[in-house]
Design a protein around this ligand. Structure first.
Ligand code: MG
Ligand code: ZN
Length: 350
């Protein structure tokens, strides 16, 4: 018996050593909220006919409808991408049978990943919330904040501090979040040696980038990637260009373009950063299109774009999915937004 055990250990030991050495791929999911093909086209031409998306190797198309609506909202589509289920508009992290569903961020944490969330909205807004919260209404910001304070998110940068320290239950979650170093600036974020770090960029929703007071998304991304890099573990990071959507709702072309540009710079930063981290899968997509933007005219001189919006809401048009890195090829084709979760899960389970 002893000899059998000894023999088994001799055979198993080197295999388990190998398994520990083989690092699972990092995943960086970048979501341009409301970023349809027209937003990308307009952003590209306005940027001298260039976009960071041209560096990607595989492209797919994602069907964005929710369980109850052809036109989705960010809660249902965020949940679809984060957890692989089609749910009702407005619902986060709960399926149509009223069951809570685990997100790819939570599953990857169980598999030994480090995790991060960055948004140019508040951190409790529907898209980032889809990765840690389970609520029947996306408007339950205080409940979402409470779930965030107890989440497995290691690093976060976003607005919405008031939902944590100015609450109707009089709790101060910032004081309760003892496992986090809540810092007040990006330079403090960089210097922190805590295991979990959070930066609130704003008390409420962050301003638009063109106001000149917001941290460029690329700087937030660099800081989080630096922290993740030091951890020497695989990581899952979600980065949202939140306000491309708000430009669409406002039917303001200049708002869409400046927010696209901020997001595009962040994509370029990720591409540059991961040149030394080849074991990283980058996925860039949108949760839906906003504004029904079309480009009926423009001028070839200076690639000037003139856009027309057809709604102040979202539309049902499919959105593109750009991928690069390990397993990038499995994202080509046409599929439901829930498949983005399923494909990421495959990569995490490798
Ligand atoms: Mg959003
Ligand atoms: Zn929207």
């Amino acid at each position: 018996m002893k000899r059998t055990i000894l023999l088994i250990s001799i055979f198993i030991f080197p295999i388990s050593l190998f398994a520990q050495e083989k690092k699972q791929p990092n995943i960086i999911l970048m979501i341009g909220d409301g970023m349809g093909l027209s937003q990308i086209t307009a952003g590209m031409y306005s940027n001298g006919n260039k976009t960071a998306l041209e560096e990607f190797t595989f492209i797919g198309l994602s069907k964005t409808h929710s369980h109850n609506s052809l036109v989705t909202d960010s809660a249902a589509s965020g949940t679809a991408m984060a957890s692989g289920v089609k749910t009702l508009n407005g619902v986060i992290g709960i399926n149509i049978k009223n069951q809570k569903v685990k997100s790819i961020l939570e599953i990857s944490k169980e598999r030994g990943y480090q995790t991060g969330l960055i948004a140019t909205s508040s951190i409790v807004h529907a898209t980032p919330a889809s990765f840690y919260a389970k609520v029947l209404s996306r408007k339950e910001y205080q409940k979402i904040a409470l779930q965030m304070s107890e989440s497995v998110v290691d690093y976060f940068i976003g607005g919405g501090q008031k939902h944590f320290n100015n609450r109707s239950d009089n709790r101060n979650l910032l004081k309760e979040m003892k496992d986090y170093d809540i810092v007040s600036s990006l330079s403090r974020f960089d210097k922190s040696e805590a295991a979990k770090i959070g930066l609130f960029t704003n008390r409420d929703e962050p301003n638009r980038i063109s106001d000149g007071t917001r941290i460029p998304l690329k700087d937030a991304v660099s800081s989080v990637l630096n922290q993740l890099d030091q951890d020497k573990k695989p990581f899952f990071l979600m980065v949202e260009g939140s306000q491309i959507d708000w430009g669409g709702h406002a039917n303001e072309m200049s708002y869409v373009l400046s927010e696209y540009n901020d997001f595009n710079d962040a994509i370029q930063t990720v591409l540059d950063y991961t040149k030394n981290m080849p074991n990283t899968l980058i996925i860039v997509t949108a949760d839906h299109e906003t504004g029904g933007l079309s480009i009926p005219k423009g001028k070839i001189k200076n690639f000037r774009v003139e856009g027309t919006f057809s709604t102040i809401g979202h539309t049902a048009t499919m959105v593109p999915v750009f991928t690069k890195g390990p397993s990038a090829e499995i994202f080509s084709g046409i599929y439901d937004n829930t498949s983005i979760f399923k494909k990421m899960l495959k990569v995490v389970n490798e």
